[in-house]
Design a protein around this ligand. Structure first.
Ligand code: HEM
Ligand SMILES: [Cu+2]
Length: 557
């Protein structure tokens, strides 16, 4: 599609009354529009939860600070963690999956377009309900009655005795509502990937992004359900006189932890596996080599999908489980490092001997590779019970999971943005601004989360709103907070780049990266119907075959 037709399309589109255009987006069942709605929604909450993180870091920049009250800090911490996980990373990954899967498997839409719309709006309402808590309820301690029990909402903190207002109810109901949306998205991913592939695209020929989202779809269905069940039990405890989590009345506070983490650990893989998918699609294109070990990558993903449901109590090494219990969860935790390690090996194998193009998407993927490896190593350390007993509940743990989430997932996400933005918008992102974003974020990330490990090792607990001077934590907290501001500046550059490029970016054309998967065979942005004729594929790189008929891949597969 030429720049003229993009411009013409935009002119025709912009000639229509704004109300009509808004209506289109509100009632749409088109996977591309819904994908973009998920992504925009999540970007909004990235900024909101980022501001909550900055507020916490300003409070902790020096000992004995009074920037916010202890109550407000608890609310910032709870809202930051809950928002980032449920209303930023999950929707943004669902957004990319919803946008890309039909295009990459040669389908015209998801299997259930209306369920797709329903899933998005349930997620959206869940987030709105959570943030309504800031203005709803009794507003006893400022910030309304936003949840303040941490993103784990451990019992008995969530009981009526300790959580008098409605803060916990906003947390529970918001996640119950968005959970329905997530399960709907999971069902749609599975049905679309198994039933909507174009002729010739057997399971062994589909892009890795489709395989990894198939596994994610299954994990979502199995891990959101226990959380939903536990939240319903919590509502019964709080309003119908139940005692599920009430240790005084025959219930068990540890029972909540088991429910939460049988959800919580697979949840972090639901967040990281789509990031693996982004890296598995981007690294080959910018190494000019097909992915190394496709079948092993698929097998490793399936293994991660299963093993991730057997490690949950490594979050509970300090609750007093038996030595057998601890040893079992140490074993499974170390075991999950094997398929993850295989993936890192295969990405390096793909780059090995390749012609590496250091464009912005690839820079973010290289950042991902390096940081995810480090995050994995501190994960193995924390997965070893005796080490965990020393550092559980400390800032070392906060540094570890941010290393995984920000250093891994968010870096891969930014790579995905720069890689697929041309397909979604029809224009290239500005490369110079992209490189500023990358370097500012890289420096900010390492200042924040490398140095966050040190006060953790020196005994600084997590979730404290202030601390005593003279414990050797001051310098590190100062550096950590400066790093957080670097990250904020980087995100600002990123948002400016997205908005500027939308109007002024270079027209992208169909296939700006000379890539090999089907989404690049359509125009940018793709037409409403995606494909004029249903594609027929014969290998894992259908566009390579089209562009290199003299040496097609199907000869070797
Ligand atoms: C981008 C920069 C980020 C900064 C500077 C940051 C900073 C923080 C800080 C200061 C805390 C509180 C730690 C404590 O006092 O215990 C925290 C907690 C947390 N953060 Fe972040 N964060 C960032 C990004 C993220 C992202 C992207 C996610 C997830 C997708 C995330 C998830 C969490 C979670 C789950 C908690 C735990 C909350 C709790 O203890 O209940 N953060 N973060
Ligand atoms: Cu875990």
């Amino acid at each position: 599609m030429s720049s003229e037709s993009i411009a013409l399309g935009t002119v025709i589109e912009s000639a229509r009354p704004i109300g009509e255009r808004l209506h289109d987006w509100v009632v749409t069942v088109d996977h591309k529009k819904l994908g973009i709605l998920y992504i925009l929604y999540a970007l909004f909450f990235l900024v909101v939860a980022g501001i909550e993180a900055i507020i916490m870091r300003i409070q902790l920049i020096v000992p004995h600070n009074h920037f916010v009250s202890p109550q407000t800090f608890n609310r910032m911490m709870t809202m930051h963690g809950t928002t980032m996980i449920f209303f930023m990373v999950m929707p943004i990954l669902f957004g990319f999956g919803t946008y890309l899967i039909p295009l990459m498997i040669g389908a015209r839409d998801m299997a259930f377009p209306r369920l797709n719309a329903f899933s998005f709006w349930m997620t959206a309402f869940g987030g709105l309900l959570l943030y309504f808590s800031f203005i709803g309820g009794n507003g006893l301690y400022g910030a309304g009655t936003a949840p303040d029990v941490g993103w784990w909402a451990y019992a008995p903190l969530t009981s009526r005795a300790f959580s008098v207002g409605h803060s916990t109810d906003f947390w529970t109901l918001a996640l119950l509502v968005s959970g329905i949306g997530s399960i709907g998205a999971g069902v749609n991913f599975i049905a679309t990937i198994l039933c909507m592939r174009c002729p010739g695209m057997t399971l062994g020929k589909m892009p890795l992004l489709a395989w990894l989202n198939l596994v994610v779809g299954g994990m979502v269905i199995f891990c959101i359900s226990p959380l939903t069940a536990a939240q319903i039990m919590l509502c019964i405890d709080r309003y119908l006189g139940g005692h599920f989590f009430d240790t005084q009345a025959g219930g068990s506070a540890v029972l909540w932890m088991h429910f939460f983490w049988i959800f919580g650990h697979p949840e972090v893989y639901i967040l990281v596996v789509p990031a693996f998918a982004f890296v598995s699609e981007i690294v080959p294109v910018f190494s000019r080599k097909p992915i190394f070990g496709y079948p092993i990558m698929v097998a490793a993903t399936i293994a991660i999908g299963f093993i991730s449901f057997s490690v949950w109590a490594h979050h509970m090494f300090t609750v007093g489980m038996s030595a057998y219990g601890n040893s079992f969860f140490v074993f499974t935790t170390v075991a999950i490092a094997v398929p993850t390690g295989i993936k890192i090996f295969n990405w390096l194998g793909t780059m090995w001997g390749g012609k590496i193009l250091l464009r912005v998407p690839m820079l973010f993927c290289i950042g991902f590779l390096f940081q995810f490896l480090i995050a994995g190593l501190t994960g193995i350390m924390l997965g070893t019970a005796p080490f965990n007993w020393q550092l559980s509940g400390s800032y070392f743990v906060v540094a570890h999971f941010h290393y995984v989430i920000v250093g891994g997932i968010v870096f891969a996400l930014f790579g995905a943005f720069y890689y697929w933005y041309p397909k979604m918008s029809g224009r290239m992102c500005n490369e110079t601004l992209g490189k500023w974003h990358f370097w500012l974020f890289l420096i900010g990330f390492h200042l924040t989360f490398d140095f966050m490990h040190i006060p953790g090792i020196l005994g600084m607990p997590r979730r404290i709103y202030t601390y005593e001077p003279g414990r050797g934590w001051e310098l590190w907290n100062l550096i950590v907070t400066i790093g957080a501001f670097f990250q904020a500046a980087a995100i600002l550059v990123f948002v400016v780049n997205l908005l500027w490029s939308l109007r002024k970016g270079e027209p992208a054309g169909n296939d700006p990266w000379d890539a090999w998967t089907l989404e690049w065979s359509t125009s940018s942005p793709p037409p409403d119907y995606d494909f004029a004729t249903t594609p027929v594929v014969r290998s894992r790189r259908p566009l390579w075959d089209l562009k290199h008929p003299e040496d097609p891949d199907w000869k070797y597969e």
